[in-house]
Design a protein around this ligand. Structure first.
Ligand code: NAP
Ligand code: 12T
Length: 340
């Protein structure tokens, strides 16, 4: 087993890639050499790692030579193209896009929920969708204790989830509107300033969006629970960073609020912030920059006999993307699953 690893980040200049660099630093990930890769558009740009400047390189087959771990966050089609090449060159790929998640040869991993699934990887491990990650971290302890039969979830998703251009859309459109000017959104499907858009990713034949169906299919795969019935509504809200979710579950066994609070406060990666009479509940502004999943508003649901409702908030660029990917890379080291 090596002690230090060569790590490449594909998509290093993006919203997720930049967060990956920070998270690797903060967690003191055992890196020998780091390689920052992107498209030829931003090749030559400089990014900092531990206070040192590194030049961004254009992605190429040679760039993956001697790379042990490749963290990908450059979109689905880029991942489809480059992940097999990186694997062929000897790297293990942790991929943030939706390209490989439902592939039966690819584990889909949230370290707090199904860490052992990394062990059957064949070169690629998929990082789930941001909204799915924070939901399963909060629901897994309840599922283990009381068996979840049904999940109804509505999301309030930040613009950072849709990348650097969507962050710019919110900033510029807010300013434009306050100045009485018009702004045409570049990355989002509708106006985002002072608005809510019930549309994330593309619509499917069943009238749900792809983002909503990711929550259905990925949750079942991660939790090894093919029979859970799930219905999701995903909306974009004018928040820069941090996704919020209203989650209601129906369990096989009855569950009280006290039991749920106890299960959640003992669960790995979860912080319970639930003191409603003192205005304590999680909100995106407060979870920005944090790695945990925050849960509040825990209460018995009034629509189901064995029902529980809660409010779940996390930093989508961290636990929803970069932190989860780096935790997967840490599992690869822990279980000695790096190829060379
Ligand atoms: P972003 O801010 O738009 O950044 C995209 C990154 O990908 C940039 O570094 C860009 O490089 C690079 N890239 C684009 N096309 C490329 C190509 N043909 N070859 C090489 N590099 C290319 O987007 P982001 O928010 O960081 O998201 C990136 C990816 O992560 C997406 O796949 C997205 O689906 C995924 N993501 C996953 C989650 C999750 O739920 N886990 C959350 C957010 C995002 P240039 O600077 O050269 O353009
Ligand atoms: N469309 O990784 O727009 O599947 O917020 C994550 C976030 C896709 C993904 C978003 C998206 C993903 C978004």
């Amino acid at each position: 087993m090596k002690k230090f690893y060569n790590v490449a980040i594909l998509g290093a200049t993006g919203a997720v890639g930049r967060t990956m660099i920070k998270v690797l630093e903060e967690r003191d990930f055992p890196i020998d050499q780091i390689k920052l890769l992107a498209s030829p558009r931003s090749a030559g740009q400089e990014l900092e790692y531990y206070g040192m400047k590194y030049k961004v390189e254009p992605v190429s087959p040679e760039a993956f030579e001697d790379v042990d771990i490749a963290l990908f966050s450059a979109g689905g089609s880029t991942s489809k193209q480059w992940a097999p090449i990186a694997v062929e060159k000897g790297a293990v790929v942790v991929d943030n896009s939706s390209a490989w998640r439902m592939d039966e040869n690819v584990p889909l991993v949230v370290p707090e929920v199904n860490p052992e699934d990394v062990k059957w990887h064949k070169g690629i491990i998929a990082n789930p969708n941001c909204s799915t990650i924070q939901m399963v971290v909060a629901l897994n302890p309840i599922h283990k204790a009381k068996k979840i039969k049904r999940i109804i979830v509505s999301t309030y998703q930040a613009v950072s989830g849709a990348g650097a251009k969507a962050i710019k859309d919110l900033e510029e459109e807010t300013r434009a509107r306050l100045e009485g000017k018009y702004y045409y959104p570049e990355a989002l499907p509708a106006h985002i300033a002072f608005n809510v858009i019930p549309h994330i990713d593309v619509f499917q034949d069943n009238l749900y969006t792809k983002e909503e169906m990711k929550m259905v299919n990925e949750t079942r795969k991660i939790m090894h629970a093919p029979d859970i019935k799930i219905s999701a509504t995903c909306a974009r809200v004018p928040v820069f960073n941090g996704h919020s979710e209203s989650v209601t579950v129906e369990t096989e066994e009855p569950i009280t609020v006290e039991e749920a609070r106890k299960l959640l406060s003992e669960a790995p990666g979860v912080v319970v912030e639930d003191d409603p009479f003192n205005n304590v509940y999680p909100m995106p502004i407060e979870v920005d920059g944090k790695d945990d999943v925050f849960v509040g508003r825990i209460r018995e649901d009034l629509a189901f006999d064995n029902g529980l409702s809660m409010w779940v908030v996390a930093d989508n660029l961290r636990k929803g993307a970069a932190t989860n990917a780096v935790q997967i890379a840490e599992l690869l080291i822990k279980y000695d699953l790096i190829k060379k």
